[in-house]
Write a protein that binds this ligand. Structure first.
Ligand code: SF4
Length: 73
């Protein structure tokens, strides 16, 4: 059976227990993005293009435009 989950789970800060967001919000984020549409996640793309150490802590999965701006700088 194919695994359909982001391989950044475990070191991406948004998958840590202490994200600073509500438990419900964090759980929903992980369900929708990390174990769902991770290939569309801005953090996923930023890590691949910029290196995980250069992904802003506050970059949200929906913010693909911000990734474009980061690449342009
Ligand atoms: S937030 Fe994005 S990059 Fe981080 S683990 Fe989830 S899908 Fe992967």
């Amino acid at each position: 059976m194919a695994v359909h989950a982001c391989d950044h789970i475990g070191y991406c800060p948004l998958t840590a227990d202490a994200t600073g967001y509500s438990p419900e919000f964090a759980r929903n984020l992980r369900t929708v993005w990390c174990r769902g549409e991770f290939t569309a996640c801005a953090r996923y793309h930023a890590a691949r293009l910029l290196g995980s150490e250069n992904v802003p802590i506050d970059l949200f999965p929906v913010d693909r435009e911000r990734v474009s701006r980061l690449l342009a700088n």
